[in-house]
Ligand binder design. Sequence first.
Ligand code: ADP
Ligand code: F6P
Length: 323
Amino acid sequence: MRRIGILTSGGDAPGMNAAIRGVVRYANSLRLEVYGIQCGYDGMLKGDIIKMDNRSVSDIIHKGGTMLMTSRCPEFIDIKYRKKANAVLQAYGIESFIVIGGDGSLRGMRDFYNDFGTPCVGIPGTIDNDLAYTDYTLGFDTAVNTVLNAINNVRDTMTAHNRACIIEVMGRKCGDLAMHAGLAGGAEIILVPEMPIDVARIRKEIVYDKIKGKNSVIIILAEGVCSCASLKEQILAGDVDDIQIRTVKLGYIQRGGTPSMADRVLASKCAVRAVDLLVSPNCGGRVVGIKDNKIMDMDVDTALSIERKFDTNLYKIATTLGK
Ligand code: ADP
Ligand code: F6P
């Protein structure tokens, strides 16, 4: 019977559990043995590995986080440690594996594949949505909805006091989370690292919004631009009489929580495609994702060399509709 491994790595994301469940149950239906590698690449180095069956993944589809745990494992960047990890996989008889994680995790998988040629498939899991080859990553939809709830709550109290609020969201260097939440939440101003920032203009917009009769201003700020404290300081450094600005850094609230339907379905579809690829004769190193609403797969080297394009059209729509 063939043995496959599965691990989650990097920042956790809602939907990772649904993907683990999908992999385990689908692989078992094909009579494969599944081994869970715990705590990401760290568990691969340490041999922190458990056998999984259908009951190991009961009652997790609705949970955020990852039942396999995750880690950042800087050692894995060094070939010396990847050799050690390879020896561990061989000792367990694990012939191929699946990685669920973000850009860094898939780069780790690519390096491992290039070193040892072990068949492997990556499933994109990160709230940042920063992988160019796929339209969406697991966790992004849930995180956007979490930010939306926060915007709704903050809007109520800002309106009651006629205030402006800067809401800082995650996303690393990617503005997708900020842009999508900002558009859907009706934010007046959306600031992302992909677009230039003009503090004087932001200041004017806040004042102008008040003149236009708006009684609250929501500014969604991607963490890749600067911190909400720093932006507030910069805005208040100019002439802004009669404006009250508050700040909220949403932080890890965005990473947890029950996954949305979209993330659970995407996770399940990606899991099935990933296992199908692993059992195919010429799997190699691949990644799965979703493009134009269709599940797709691609060579990992190619996928990671694609340059990410920010959707400037959607950004224009988002900022125009917030006026
Ligand atoms: P994410 O996968 O969410 O982007 P990280 O960037 O922290 O998170 O990457 C997760 C892990 O993937 C790292 O801690 C490291 O173990 C591994 N990794 C990241 N980049 C590389 C790389 N260039 N080569 C090998 N392994 C890497
Ligand atoms: O990659 C996911 C993410 O939540 C980013 O949005 C954020 O910048 C980072 O992880 C935070 O990482 P850590 O969990 O190491 O604080």
